[in-house]
Design a protein around this ligand. Sequence first.
Ligand code: HEM
Length: 533
Amino acid sequence: GADREDPKNEQLEAFRAHPAQDLLTTDQGVRIDDTDNSLRVGERGPTLLEDFQAREKLTHFDHERIPERVVHARGSAAYGYFEAYASLADLTCADFLSEAGLRTPVFVRFSTVQGPRGSADTVRDVRGFATKFYTREGNYDLVGNNMPVFFIQDAIKFPDFVHAVKPEPHNEMPTGGTAHDTFWDFCSLQPESTHMLMWAMSDRAIPRSLRMMQGFGVHTFRFVTADGRGTFVKFHWRPKLGVASQVWDEAQITAGKDPDFHRRDLWEAIEGGDYPEWELGVQLVAEQDETGFDFDILDATKLIPEEEVPVRVIGRMVLDRNPENFFAETEQAAFHTANVVPGIDFSNDPLLQGRNFSYLDTQLIRLGGPNFSQLPVNRPIADVNHNHRDGYGQQVIHSGTSYAPNSLNGDNPHQAGQDRQPGVFQHYQQRVDGDTIRKRSGSFSDHYSQATLFWNSMADWEKQHIVQAFRFELGKVENRAIRKRMVDNLTHVDHGLASAVAAGIGVDVPEQTGTANHGRSSAALSQQNLLPG
Ligand code: HEM
């Protein structure tokens, strides 16, 4: 894989360390005679402050760690390429989608969400699926998950959600997974999480391999053409190997026997030349059809059913090269939903709007200042030309002035201007009108229909797994009121589901409400002996 022509790989070559000689040196390139003994007075005497070699070695080591990501801390990544199947010029002016067969280098990082950097791979969790496309017109990041919806509708809830899902504040447990009180307390009080919970309790949350996961951009985005026409778009990655999961017992055993199970699987597949591959698909919705669904396409707790809008496959992605240095590449990679290129724009999804603030903000502290886009893994292959200057870790020796307009520097660099020009990003021109309010749209208020749809689409054995997952997870919740409240929420999804969960965790089986009952599934569950009686 590394042999194919790849402009990103060529760029990285300039940053790889190839020592010309094999004697140890200091940071300053001074050769040293002894790296095992510090400078001391006599054989048994105190160590001297003058020993700059020992001081440098210890100091650098003392500063090796950086903060882990505030979420998605554990991840594994690989390089590869995306190949477009056809020109999409009628839908978007995105250069990387402009030509059949055009290849664009990518870097993809898969992750769990909850656990710290050193946690096990095969826990019950959402998986991140973040792709950086190094396009000729700048970097485009598709920062998605392996599930098509999310727990919350508005980014302002994200700190609350993450504080609840992370380990308990007093004892830092559990380090991996979601079986604890604060997570279920939050979800039971925040019914918008119900649809995503159904996915998270399904087998989707315990993938067999990172190579066997779907990916989703989750939000509705926009394609924009060269003449400024917009189309709503949802992104889908589909693994060539198909979607496969572990069963829960298997996941728990692998977590114990090989906490790196997914990382090892991805690494070894690529080392062995068995390159994982995905197809990229899109669901397209015309601007005039924006409000034609019985949910809001700006609501990230909803998917667009494929029966209503089919997925059109537009390209494929192959991962064929492992990184050489985990820290330099995988750990320092910085993905950001706002890294878009001409032809791709946002929608008004309030979760996406907040993410567009949060990623750059967190990376400023995680990666130590404003110059992390110069790190090898983050560098665009497109030319970079701006008046940003200085800051910690500046790698570029800029020359000349750094302001515009500017008569001294031949007005260089200068802005492109408002006339539409190929390869220049222009925000989609959208008509917006309204009062400033803090209020969730009424179109975001149905929290159960798609959760029910998901439940009803499951085979009986998948339903069993979901019931068992709820029982396992809620069975670890100490506070009885939380268990009860969660079961009550589930009655709005399916009464049979709620009853089956309740019976397994010592909560009173709820009364038949008549609201959202689905006889077929209850019957199916009682056949599997998961229903009481
Ligand atoms: C990290 C996906 C919602 C803040 C990540 C990563 C992924 C991801 C895949 C890991 C990126 C990597 O591999 O480095 C998603 C998806 C979301 C979502 C699909 C919902 C649809 C949010 C929201 C916020 C947020 C609402 C905040 C308002 C963050 C932060 C990081 C992160 C701060 C760490 C980034 C870093 O340190 O580089 N997210 N996320 N996410 N996400 Fe999200």
